[in-house]
Design a protein around this ligand. Sequence first.
Ligand code: BGP
Length: 478
Amino acid sequence: MNNKGLPKGFLWGGAVAAHQLEGGWQAGGKGPSVADVMTVGSPKSYRKITEGIIPGEYYPNHEAIDFYHHYKEDIKLFAEMGFKCFRTSIAWTRIFPKGDELEPNEEGLKFYDDLFDECLKYNIEPVVTLSHFELPYYLVTEYGGFRNRKLIDFFVRFAAVCFDRYKSKVKYWMTFNEINNQANFNEDFAPFTNSGIYYKPGDNREEIMYQAAHYELVASAKAVQIGHAINPDFEIGCMIALVPIYPETCKPSDILMAQKVMERKYFFTDVHVHGKYPNYIQKYWQRKNIKLDITPQDLEVLTKGTVDYIGFSYYMSNVVRHNKGNDHYDYNEKTDLVGNQYVKKSDWGWQIDPEGLRYTLNWLTDTYRLPLFIVENGFGAYDKVEADGSVHDSYRIEYLREHIKQMKLAVEEDGVDLMGYTPWGCIDLVSAGTGEMEKRYGFIYVDKDNKGNGTLKRSRKDSFAWYKKVIESNGETL
Ligand code: BGP
């Protein structure tokens, strides 16, 4: 094994999601998605979800950065940076505006044909997420989102249509973005999930969450099977939000607590990779009297639809403590999470930990033995535009450089099998969590603020030229 440098063909690129940049929320026959009924929050609070569109409210995803009309210009800029791949999602509501139709919307399909062709023109490989927090809103109001088993078939129909239509253009796929976010059922994390579940007072949130997760896992496995039948060359992955959990101290109960939290958050990966639920989660359901609709046919489906690789996002690490009286090591992020005195935080309180990326790459490899793909990593920050239009984002370069260094060590020294690296929000876009435009991740600045004002003009930040060199040198010049 050659231990110098990243492999040839390493997939350098950038990542986005349809609802966070496309805009055109009603263009080409598109229906509303859950993201279209969310307003702007603040750095400290998640965004608000409104019941339907309230006149006069500002919904940032409706226009976003209008990638729908600017994609040619934007992909040209990605090509200038030397992108080998571009990760985006297909807005479900462009293809099935309500979600339960039998026939897809041709205009929506055509948009992604054009988009993928534009990428391929520059030899940029599209990497596609099928469901990235943009469930058709109609499936929520009419069916209750993924509380409902019927959603499995709707998703599978959508996936099959996409696989078939783009089979000669797209090789790399992922089913559900950050499927495990919903494990944080104590928080109102709706913006960060695909399930479209709005908890009501009195709901047994935990049971509902596991049920929705099960339907999504079955839907994913069915889609993987169908995808492989349509094109055996497809590489279909899962997508996991990976926040490694450290123990606060070397006290054995803290160590065990960290392990239990890892299990609770990452059993999703076991189901995707091994096709079955681990014993610990089944025991947990028994103890908590959580009753789920899981049929023998479902379990069969899970074993047949295992993934080819693990895609994951990495932004930060977290620390937990074992609190006295928590005899079963149950996890409640409100009481068990503690700060990490050894790392700095972003303005949004995300703990910056580059070594945690190497740790994560090794943990995933040791646990699952599958190729890995870092499909999100990045630094959300306020940017300042100088009088001449330049943006000196040295803090972003610093964040990415330190993470890439650790990623390289994982490959070169630890032998991790890594397919690629696509930093999040390669062009500024709407934040999924808060709806802010001014939480920026991009190499490309977009002139638009949190209230929707701005010309939408694109410009290169300092990180643009830096990332171009990184790609050119296959990660040698950092
Ligand atoms: C991930 C999501 C992305 C993205 C990112 C950054 O959880 O997959 O959609 O938005 O987080 O989060 P935020 O936009 O809240 O800064």
